[in-house]
Design a protein around this ligand. Structure first.
Ligand code: G
Ligand code: G
Ligand code: MN
Ligand code: NA
Length: 254
C-alpha cells in the first residue's frame, strides 16, 4: 500500500497519538508548558516517527486532516491534564505551512477550543518561518485573527528562515523558538554564541519570550541561562513523553 493510503487508514483507525515534550523555565526550573508531537503506532508494529510521514502528509494535503485531529486531541488532552493536576499549562501544537494557509484555519481553532472547553490561553500554535512564502500582509492578518482568539503564538525553528527579520516587529507573536541547529553544536561552534545572544536580545526587544530547542547538555543549559534565554526544551531535561508519563512528571514536580 502506498504511504498516503496507509496514512488515511491510520487516521480512520485511530493509530495516531500525541507525545508531550516539557518546556522548562530556565530561572525557576519549573515546567512551563509542553509541545504536542504526533506519533504513529500501527497495530503490532513499532512506532513511526513524524519525520518520515509529516513531509508526505504536507505534500499530499493529508496534513489538513491530520492537523485537525492533532488540534482537537491536544485541546481535549490539555483539558484533562489541567483537571488532573490543577495547573493551567499551555500546550503547543505545530501548524504546518499548508495548514497555516487553509482558509478555515481560524474557525477550526475556534471550534477546537469551544468543543473541548479549553481556556484559549492554554493553547499555543507553533508556526514555522517557512509558512511565510510571499504575502506578508496575509500572513500577519492570519496571525492577528488567531491572536484575537486568545491563543499564544510562537515562531518555530527561528533563525533558519530568511524573510521574517524585517517584518518580525509586526508579528503579533509571544515567543521565538530558536532552531536547534544553533544549540546542538554550540560546544563545537562557538560562532553560534553570537547568534544565540542576538536572537535573545532581538526577541526581548520586541517583548517576546525566547525558548531554545534541542538542549542536550548541562553546558548548553547553563549558557542559555547566562545569556537570559527564558525557556528551554530538549533531551537534557526530557524527551517527548507519553501523556501518562508527562502527567506523572507534572504531579511529581508540583
Ligand atoms: O517529534 P519529532 O520527533 O520527531 O518530530 C519530527 C518533525 O515532525 C518535527 O519537524 C516536528 O515539528 C514535526 N511534527 C511533529 N508533530 C507534528 C504535528 O503534530 N504537526 C506538524 N505539522 N508537524 C509535527
Ligand atoms: O520542528 P520542531 O521543532 O517542532 O520539532 C521538534 C523536533 O525536535 C522533534 O523531532 C523532537 O523530537 C526533536 N527534539 C526535541 N528535543 C531534542 C533534542 O534535545 N535533541 C534532538 N536532536 N532533537 C530533539
Ligand atoms: Mn515545534
Ligand atoms: Na522547532
Amino acid at each position: 500500500l502506498d504511504l498516503e493510503y496507509r496514512l488515511r487508514l491510520a487516521l480512520e483507525n485511530e493509530e495516531f497519538l500525541l507525545h508531550y515534550q516539557p518546556k522548562l523555565a530556565l530561572v525557576s526550573g519549573a515546567i512551563c508548558g509542553a509541545e504536542a508531537l504526533i506519533r504513529w503506532q500501527p497495530a503490532g508494529e513499532s512506532m513511526i516517527s513524524p519525520a518520515s510521514f509529516i513531509p508526505i502528509a504536507e505534500e499530499t494535503g493529508l496534513i489538513e486532516d491530520i492537523g485537525l485531529w492533532v488540534l482537537h486531541e491536544a485541546c481535549r488532552q490539555a483539558v484533562k491534564l489541567n483537571r488532573l493536576y490543577g495547573r493551567e499549562l499551555p500546550i503547543a501544537v505545530n501548524v504546518s505551512p499548508r495548514q497555516f494557509r487553509q482558509s478555515d484555519l481560524v474557525s477550526m481553532v475556534r471550534s477546537a477550543l469551544l468543543n473541548s472547553g479549553l481556556n484559549p490561553a492554554c493553547l499555543e500554535l507553533e508556526i514555522t518561518e517557512s509558512s511565510l512564502v510571499h504575502d506578508t500582509g496575509s500572513f500577519i492578518k492570519t496571525l492577528q485573527e488567531l491572536k484575537n482568539l486568545g491563543v499564544g503564538l510562537a515562531i518555530d525553528d527561528f533563525g533558519t528562515g530568511y524573510s521574517s527579520m524585517a517584518y518580525l516587529k509586526d508579528f503579533p507573536v509571544d515567543r521565538l523558538k530558536i532552531d536547534q541547529v544553533f544549540v546542538s553544536n554550540l560546544e563545537a561552534e562557538p560562532s553560534n554564541i553570537a547568534i544565540l545572544k542576538a536572537i535573545v536580545a532581538l526577541g526581548h526587544s520586541l517583548n517576546m519570550k525566547v525558548i531554545a530547542e534541542g538542549v542536550e547538555t548541562a553546558y548548553q543549559k547553563a549558557f542559555l541561562l547566562g545569556i537570559g534565554c527564558d525557556e528551554m526544551q530538549g533531551y537534557h531535561f526530557s524527551k517527548p513523553l507519553h501523556m501518562d508519563t508527562f502527567g506523572k512528571l507534572l504531579s511529581d514536580s508540583c
